[in-house]
Write a protein of this length. Sequence first.
Length: 337
Amino acid sequence: MDCDAVAGAATTHDAIAFIEAARTPRELFGADPADAARRHRRLARLTHPDACPGDARAAAAFGRLTALWRCHNGRRCPGGPPPDLTPGDLVARGDIANLYQAPGGLLKVARDPADNDLLDREAAALTAIRRHAPARLRAYLPRLERSFRLADPPTGVVRNANLIGRLTGFVSLSDVQAAYRSGIHPADAAWMWRRLLVALGIAHRAGYVHGAVLPEHVLIQPADHGLVLVDWCYAGRPGAPLPAIVARHRNRYPPEVLRGQPAGQDADIWLATSCLTDLIGDQMPAPLAAFARGCMLASPGRRPQDAWLLLGELDEVLGRLYGPRRFRPFQMPGSPA
C-alpha cells in the first residue's frame, strides 16, 4: 500500500478503499510517528458516520480505522490472527457465522465470504456504541475484543472474524420459550422487557438500529436478571434499509422492512415487542396487550420511536398491574435452586 496515497486521500471512496486494504497499522499510518496522526485524522474525517450518514460501508471502514489506530497506539490489533486465536472447537452455527472456542472469548467467523460485510457491520456498531455508552450500561452489549481477517490455508479464501468476549450463565429467549411452552408470568417477563428497552436505548442514542432483535439474539442471565443483546451483524443507521433479514423469522419483521424500505428505531421496538409477547403467550393482561399493540402499529410513523421514553410508559403499565418493582427470582427448569 502506498502511504503517500493514503495521506492524500481526497474522497470518502478513496479512504474506504485504503482502510479496507490495510492489513496492519503500519500499512495505513506509515513508519513515521509524526505523520501517523495526520493520516489518521484525514481518514477519520472522510469516513466518520457524521460525515457519511447511512453509509454502512463507510461506518465499517471507520470502525476498522479506529481499531487499527488503537493497535498503532499499543492496544488490541485487528490484523491477522496470532497463533493463539486460530479457531478451536465449533460451539454453534449462527445465521451467517460459525462460533468457535478461542482464548478470551468466542471467535465468530463468516461462513460465506460474501457475508464479510456483515461481520464488519457488527464490529463497527459495537465499537461505536460502546464508545457512546456510559460505562454502567455497557454490560448490555457484547464486548468486541478484536476484529480481523482469517485466511483459510488450503483455499486462500478470506473470511472476516470477530472475537467476542465470552458470556457465562446466559440463555436465550428461545431457550426460555422452549422451557416454558405455556408462557411465563408477565411479571417475570417485565424485567426482560425493561432491560431489552435499555439495550435498544443505548444503541439508538448512539445512532444505530440493531435490525435483528430476535429471541436467539436476546440473552438473559436468570439468576441475576442480566441481559445482553447480541449479533449486531444486521445493524445500521436509522433511515436505511436493513442489509439483510433472518429468513426463518421473516414473519416477525414489520411490513416496511420486508418491502425493503428504510428501518428506524421503531423497527427494533416492533421486533422486541414480538419477542416478549410470544414469551408471555396467553397470560398477557389486557393493559400490557394494549401497550404491545401500540408498539406494533402498521404505520411506522405511529409507533414509538424512543426506547427510553417507552421504558417509562412500560413502567407505568407495570406499576398499575403489579405495584412497586421488586425482585422476582426466575429459574430455568432443571437449574439449581
